[in-house]
Design a protein. Structure first.
Length: 315
């Protein structure tokens, strides 16, 4: 790490609350360690491509995504397939990737930890979907991608309210989804490792999880999920019962979840999701907490895709 660019969203979490000062503190910590560092603010919500390309043109060997999971998600889109390293400075409302990496929530401490982090090549997830214009497109993800109720939740999240109320808004909107969502079903076609024949299931929610620890109350959502996993770790909800959803979420909070015929934990090389023929309900998709579009969708793994700064966390 010699020349670093801090890419940050001025409207993201702590940056919005504390202003430029928090970015200046991180810059000072890096420069104090003899690292050449610059800060570049994003100008368009949901698109950091221009800023990342600017940093690469200026000779930066490392990009630090300063924000929440959404900021990391935006930054990585340009970096997948290249050799530029990316690190995380948790400054957002949701910082699941930072939690999984063991980074402290204090931005300066996180920056100091990244100074001795190891660049590790990891696979990433990729979700193909149909955007609001009806065009087929795709996004990469590192935390999780979902089809169904969780994506419906992300569509309900108001950016201004999220900055103001943080995780409390997720809880409130999550309860509203549980109370009002109809949990419409769709078909999920799995290509499981070592099996030639694809399996099709009718599900109301599908979640592809890439990390072990989401932080906070949701610690080990999908046991066996890791950033180094070369297959998808999937949660498939084959139920429309609100009670089944609530019971599973409570079990996750108390770390006692089990899996059965209604809620299945499985590995898959890829999964394709499509609406039932003649269905009227629109099924939504999301990745890393960002609302994307709708079905049809396909989720897969891209190997050797991204260089991620992984700090050493003693056990």
């Amino acid at each position: 790490m010699r020349r670093v660019a801090l890419i940050y969203n001025p409207a993201s979490g702590h940056v919005f609350q504390h202003g430029q000062s928090v970015i200046d503190e991180v810059l000072a910590a890096l420069r104090g360690a003899a690292v050449e560092a610059v800060a570049i603010a994003t100008t368009t919500p949901g698109n950091a491509e221009e800023q990342v390309q600017e940093a690469i043109r200026e000779g930066c060997d490392t990009i630090l995504a300063c924000g929440g999971d959404g900021t990391v998600h935006d930054v990585m889109q340009t970096l997948v397939g290249g050799q530029i390293a990316v690190g995380v400075i948790p400054l957002g409302t949701a910082n699941a990737l930072a939690a999984d990496l063991g980074l402290p929530i204090a931005p300066v401490k996180a920056a100091e930890m990244l100074l001795s982090a190891t660049p590790v090549r990891i696979p990433v997830g990729r979700i193909h979907y149909r955007n609001s214009d009806g065009a087929e497109t795709s996004r990469y993800f590192t935390v999780a991608a979902g089809v169904g109720a969780d994506a419906h939740l992300m569509y309900r999240m108001d950016a201004k309210l999220k900055r103001q109320f943080g995780y409390a808004l997720y809880a409130v909107e999550g309860l509203r989804v549980l109370a009002t969502h109809s949990f419409p079903t769709f078909d999920a076609e799995f290509q499981e490792p070592g099996r030639k024949k694809r399996r099709v299931e009718t599900v109301s929610q599908l979640l592809a999880v890439r990390i072990r620890n989401f932080g906070g109350m949701i610690h080990d959502l999908a046991p066996g999920a890791t950033l180094q996993n070369h297959n998808l770790r999937l949660l498939a909800f084959k139920t429309r019962s609100r009670f089944d959803f609530v019971r599973f979420l409570m079990a996750v909070v108390f770390r006692r979840q089990t899996f059965n015929g209604k809620i299945e934990l499985l590995d898959s090389v890829s999964v394709a999701c499509r609406e039932h023929k003649g269905a009227s309900a629109k099924i939504l998709v999301e990745a890393d907490g960002e609302a994307l579009g709708g079905l049809p969708a396909r989720i897969e793994i891209v190997p050797d895709a991204l260089t991620l700064l992984v700090p050493y966390v003693g056990n």
